[in-house]
Design a protein around this ligand. Structure first.
Ligand SMILES: C[S@@+](CC[C@H](N)C(=O)[O-])C[C@H]1O[C@@H](n2cnc3c(N)ncnc32)[C@H](O)[C@@H]1O
Length: 306
């Protein structure tokens, strides 16, 4: 069987240098010039990014990687570090789900909670392919993501196993209160939350994770190819940078011990696995405060360029 590392897209050194230089150059260009170019681009990915920056559909276009329409579309799909690394991240995450399925004792169903799941395509694939009983709760704010996910679940005949919940992730703390999951994943979401929001969510999650063998899967974001400036200036998408070490610190402040770290080949996404710190060591729980719903990619300070 092909090793996981062989399935990752790992551009050679000269191409990586080009990506870094190109990213830096792009970050120096005027935002209104870039935006005008992007509006004209015949690229489903770029158009989707303009429509809903940071949304699930753009991710699906990146994962599907259909035949590009032209050079610009080719570049958006195959040349952008964020597209390459999103696919790499997905491969690592899928392998982590498969691992969890194979490691959990077979005497009971494995329970997965996916936060900011989008349509949860990769989880549906894992559940369809495995012989174990796995139940999944997938949480997302986006009604279209949920409806698409439900269609996929129906087609795969997994109605009893995969449930979607149209919720803000922080409401899951009350929604699932008293329940315990073997695996909780936060993928494609943490980079849009500030430290306070993320700490609050993580602290609450320690109660929802099975205390002996339960795991949390989460990743940071490192701007290794100067993508964040363009995302902020052109799409108004604020991506918070967190290295593996910074995310580890945040996890330990929130009541988790990090047990494993992997990196995507370009270093954009450090992927961490963590377990709740044993109860006697854990920090006092932070009482959830009243907050307005978080929604990644929908910041209020959108820059108007016209
Ligand atoms: C970049 S997509 C990632 C989707 C999927 N996890 C993946 O890796 O492809 C981010 C998802 O998080 C959802 N989201 C953003 N903020 C959220 C919130 N506060 N509560 C629930 N879902 C949220 C969005 O609707 C979107 O589907």
């Amino acid at each position: 069987m092909e090793a996981l590392s062989d399935r990752l897209e790992s551009p050679p050194w000269p191409r990586r240098q080009f990506m870094k230089c190109f990213g830096w150059l792009r970050s120096q260009l005027p935002a209104n010039f870039l935006l005008a170019r992007m509006r004209k681009a015949n690229s489903p990915l770029i158009q989707e990014f303009l429509r809903a920056p940071g949304g699930w559909r753009a991710m699906e276009i990146i994962y599907e990687r259909k035949q590009p329409r032209n050079l610009v579309d080719w570049y958006a799909l195959n040349g952008l570090p964020l597209s390459i690394e999103a696919r790499n991240r997905r491969r690592l995450i899928k392998a982590a789900y498969e691992n969890a399925v194979s490691q959990t004792p077979a005497d009971r169903p494995l329970r997965i909670l996916s936060l900011g799941s989008g349509p949860a395509v990769e989880i549906i694939e894992v559940v369809s392919e495995c012989s174990r009983v796995v139940t999944v709760d997938a949480v997302d704010l986006d009604a279209e993501a949920i409806s698409h996910g439900r269609d996929l679940v129906e087609r795969a005949g997994l109605e009893g196993q995969v449930q979607f919940h149209e919720l803000d992730v922080r409401d899951c703390l009350t929604q699932f209160s008293g329940e315990q999951f073997d695996l909780v994943s936060i993928v494609g979401l943490a980079e849009y939350l500030d430290d306070e929001e993320l700490t609050e969510l993580l602290t609450g999650l320690t109660d929802l994770i099975e205390p002996h063998a339960g795991q949390l899967l989460i990743h940071g974001y490192q701007d290794t190819c100067s993508s964040a400036v363009t995302m902020r200036r052109v799409f108004n998408l604020h991506m918070r940078q967190r290295s593996g070490r910074q995310l580890s610190r945040l996890l330990s402040q929130s009541g988790f011990d990090v047990t494993d770290q992997q990196n995507t080949p370009l270093g954009v996404y450090p992927l961490l696995t963590a377990r709740p710190t044993a109860a006697e060591e854990s920090h006092a729980a932070i009482t959830p405060r009243e907050t307005v719903p978080l929604q990644a990619g929908k910041q209020r300070d959108r820059v108007t360029l016209e």
